[in-house]
Design a protein around this ligand. Structure first.
Ligand code: K2U
Ligand code: ZN
Length: 169
């Protein structure tokens, strides 16, 4: 298995709308394993396939205390949602940037597991935030899209400057 490179904003590949997973085979299991390893290595508590430049509808999340209970969801869809919460989000594709985002507090998700079996799960709190954040990635949406155009431009310039400084260091 491998830790994969994570695409960074404003890379246009992050704007790709992912296609449904249709083959529940060994290759999908390998992809999920790479995503889990990449998530833990970052470190993070979630990752979408989009972020490693694979445009299939697959996400992983792990909000467990010891980071040893990864959740793998293929073709996730929200069946129901209610309540609201504001969470200061970050993103592995927008390193060092944090902003408040409003999302549903409770979500009921239907998805397929790695064997192709349909599963339904109810999530609240941080897991609900993580799943909604990752599902945005599958639509080519980033948490900075919830900021004003001016603030998003400021984020882009800050990351560009940081990358230029890193390149000359
Ligand atoms: O998609 C990603 O970039 C992974 C995010 C998922 C996430 C963002 C905001 C809120 C919950 C999950 C990364 O895990 S960001 C790093 C992080 C680490 C611990 C807690 C929250 C965010
Ligand atoms: Zn993200």
């Amino acid at each position: 298995m491998a830790v994969r490179e994570i695409l960074e904003f404003p890379d246009s590949r992050l704007r790709t709308v992912a296609k449904p997973v249709v083959q529940f085979d060994a290759a999908l299991a390998d992809l999920a394993q790479d995503m889990i390893e990449t998530m833990y290595a970052a470190p993070g508590i979630g990752l979408a396939a989009t972020q490693i430049d694979v445009h299939q509808r697959l996400i992983v999340c792990d909000v467990s205390e010891h980071h040893d209970q990864p959740l793998v969801l293929a073709n996730p869809r929200i069946l129901a949602q209610h309540g609201g919460q504001t969470y200061q989000e970050g993103c592995l594709s927008v390193p060092g940037i944090f902003a408040d985002v409003d999302r549903a507090l409770f979500v009921t998700i239907e998805a397929e597991d790695l064997s192709g079996k349909t599963i339904v799960l109810e999530a609240e709190g941080l897991l609900a935030v993580c799943i909604q954040h990752e599902m945005d990635h599958l639509q080519g949406k980033l948490f900075v899209d919830y900021l004003s155009p001016l603030k998003r431009e400021m984020v882009r310039r800050k990351l560009d400057k940081r990358r230029r400084q890193a390149a000359t260091a």
